[in-house]
Design a protein around this ligand. Structure first.
Ligand code: ZN
Length: 493
C-alpha cells in the first residue's frame, strides 16, 4: 500500500546531519561492490541521511532480492512459506546475520534474526509476512510471480503486500550492520507465514511458542498504513497505524416452523431473520471519536478542500450534523475510523421455492474500534434487532488494543518526515483491516503500521487486486525513509 511521485528526498539541510550520515555509511561503502561504489567525498554535497551513491548500491541490491523473493510463490492457501523463509534466512546469513527458522506447520515457517546492539535501549522488531493472497494470472498484464521490472515498477503478487516492505526491512538491517555504527538497540527481524488468513499459523504461533525471543522489544514496525499520495505521486499525509479495529464475526440463527409457502407465516424464520438484520442496517452504530482519530482528521484538514476541510478540522461537530456526516461516510476508509461497523455477508435459508424453511441464518462481519468490548457490542445489536428469539453466537473475535503515539518511535518517524517531506503531516490512524501487529501489542510492545511508500488510489487498488507492483522510485524513497527512521532510533546520537 503506497504511492508514487516526487522524490521524498527534499530540502534536507544541516551540516551536523550530513556529518553523522557520512560517518554512518563509510563502512557500508567498503563492503559493497567496488565497481559501483563512489568515493564518499563525492556524496558530501548531498544533504541526505544516506550518501546517494552508496545508498543506490544498497537499493539496487535489495531490488535484486525483491525480484527473487517475488518469484517464490507463497500464495496462501496453502502458503508454502518455508521456501520464502529459507530465501530470507539465506540472504541474512550470507550477509553475516544469523537467522533461525521455526516450522509452524507442513511447508510453513517463520524467520527470526537479531542484529545485536549494545543493549542501552530495548530492541525494535521489523515484522513482515511471507504469504500473499492468490493472483489469477489471466487478469494480470504481467505474470504475478515474474518479479520483473516493467514500466519502472517491480511487478508481482506481494510487491506491496508485503514482500516489498519485508525486503526493505531486511536491507535496512544489512545497511546498519555494514555501517559499523554502534547500535543502541537490537533490531529483530521476524517474517511470518499465514497473515492473510489470520496468522494463527504464523505470528500467532510465534508469539505463543517463542514470546521469549521478542518480549524484550519496545517497538515494532509492520505493515498497516502508508503514505497517502496523489496520482502525481505527491505525498499528502503520512499515516502511521497505532491500532486496528477488532474483528467480531457473528452468526445469527432464526428458528421456526416449516410450512407450505402458499400459506405465509408472518413469524417464519426467514422473516424474523431478515427483519432483525434490516433493523441493524437501518440503525448503524453511532460515531465515536477516539483522540487519535480526532488528531488524524485535524492534521489532514489542511490537505483537503472545503467543505471537508472544516468538517475534518472539527470532526466531533461534523458527525453531529446529519448532512455532513453522510458526506463523511462516502469515504469508506476514513469513515471506518469514526464508528463501529457491521456488514452482513452470508445468508442461508431454504432449499425449495415453495417450502418455508424451519431455519434461517446470517453472518455479520463487525469491526470495532479499539476499546469496545464484544459483549457490549452484541448487547447493542440485540437492542437494534428487537427480537430475542434470534440466536446470536460468536464465530470469531480478535480483540485489538492501541499503541501510544507519544513515543520515541512515532517521534522518529515524524522527525524523518519533517526532513524528507517538509510540510506533509504524520498522522496516527486506526486501520479498518487488521494485521499481525495485534499479536505483539498483546505482549506490551508498541506496534506501528508504517509502510514508508507513497501509495495513490491506483496502486492501492492493486493490493489484493490485479497488477500489484511497486514503482522503483517509490521503493527507493521508502527504503531511505525506513533507514533514516531506524538509524535515528538505533544509533548513538
Ligand atoms: Zn499484508
Amino acid at each position: 500500500m503506497t504511492r508514487i511521485g516526487e522524490s521524498l528526498v527534499q530540502g534536507r539541510t544541516g551540516k551536523r546531519a550530513e556529518q553523522v550520515h557520512r560517518k554512518r555509511f563509510s563502512p557500508l561503502i567498503a563492503m559493497l561492490s567496488l565497481a559501483l561504489v563512489q568515493p564518499l567525498a563525492a556524496c558530501a554535497a548531498v544533504e541526505s541521511a544516506v550518501p546517494d551513491k552508496s545508498f543506490d548500491v544498497a537499493c539496487n541490491e535489495s531490488i535484486g532480492f525483491l525480484k527473487e523473493y517475488l518469484r517464490i510463490d507463497t500464495t496462501n492457501p496453502p502458503g508454502n512459506e518455508t521456501k520464502g523463509a529459507q530465501y530470507l534466512a539465506e540472504v541474512l546469513k550470507k550477509n553475516g546475520i544469523e537467522a533461525q527458522l521455526f516450522e509452524t506447520g507442513p511447508g510453513r515457517s517463520c524467520v527470526y534474526a537479531r542484529l545485536k546492539g549494545n543493549g542501552k535501549k530495548k530492541p525494535i522488531i521489523f515484522l513482515n509476512h511471507i504469504d500473499v493472497v492468490p493472483a489469477r494470472a489471466d487478469d494480470w498484464k504481467h505474470p504475478p510471480f515474474s518479479g520483473e521490472e516493467f514500466d519502472g515498477a517491480i511487478w508481482g503478487r506481494g510487491a506491496l503486500d508485503m514482500k516489498g516492505l519485508g525486503i526493505a526491512q531486511l536491507e535496512v538491517m544489512l545497511m546498519l550492520k555494514r555501517s559499523g555504527l554502534t547500535l543502541e538497540r537490537d533490531i529483530i527481524f521476524v517474517a511470518t507465514p499465514d497473515e492473510e488468513v489470520g496468522g494463527e499459523c504464523g505470528a500467532g504461533w510465534f508469539v505463543k511458542h517463542h514470546a521469549d525471543l521478542v518480549k524484550d522489544a519496545e517497538f515494532l514496525i509492520n505493515e498497516g498504513a502508508f503514505i497517502d499520495s496523489q496520482a502525481d505521486g505527491k505525498p499528502v499525509h503520512i499515516d502511521v497505524g497505532i491500532s486496528e479495529k477488532s474483528v467480531l464475526w457473528l452468526h445469527l440463527i432464526a428458528r421456526g416452523n416449516a410450512g407450505h409457502a402458499s400459506m405465509p407465516m408472518p413469524d417464519s424464520s426467514v422473516n424474523r431473520l431478515v427483519k432483525s438484520v434490516s433493523r441493524i442496517i437501518d440503525n448503524p452504530p453511532q460515531p465515536t471519536i477516539l483522540p487519535a482519530v480526532r488528531e488524524y482528521f485535524k492534521k489532514i484538514a489542511p490537505t483537503v478542500g472545503e467543505p471537508l476541510r472544516s468538517a475534518y478540522a472539527d470532526i466531533d461537530d461534523a458527525v453531529k450534523k446529519p448532512e455532513t456526516y453522510q458526506e463523511l461516510l462516502k469515504d469508506k476508509m476514513k469513515s471506518a475510523m469514526l464508528r463501529n461497523t457491521v456488514s452482513p455477508t452470508v445468508f442461508k435459508a431454504g432449499y425449495k421455492t415453495n417450502v418455508i424453511p424451519a431455519e434461517a441464518s446470517a453472518e455479520l462481519d463487525c469491526r470495532l474500534l479499539p476499546g469496545v468490548g464484544k459483549d457490549e457490542f452484541i448487547g447493542l445489536l440485540r437492542d437494534r434487532m428487537k427480537d430475542n428469539t434470534v440466536e446470536v453466537s460468536v464465530l470469531d473475535w480478535v480483540h485489538t488494543s492501541a499503541s501510544a503515539y507519544d513515543t520515541e518511535c512515532f517521534r522518529a518517524i515524524t522527525e524523518v518526515a519533517r526532513k524528507l517531506t517538509p510540510g506533509v503531516p504524520v498522522v496516527p490512524t486506526v486501520a479498518p483491516w487488521f494485521t499481525d501487529s495485534h499479536w505483539f501489542r498483546e505482549l506490551g510492545i508498541a506496534s506501528y503500521g508504517f509502510e514508508p511508500f507513497r501509495i495513490d488510489a491506483e496502486l492501492l487498488a492493486t493490493v489484493h487486486g490485479k497488477d500489484e507492483r511497486v514503482p522503483v522510485a517509490v521503493y527507493k524513497d521508502g527504503l531511505k525513509f525506513l533507514y533514516d527512521v531506524a538509524a535515528m532510533l538505533c544509533t548513538a546520537k
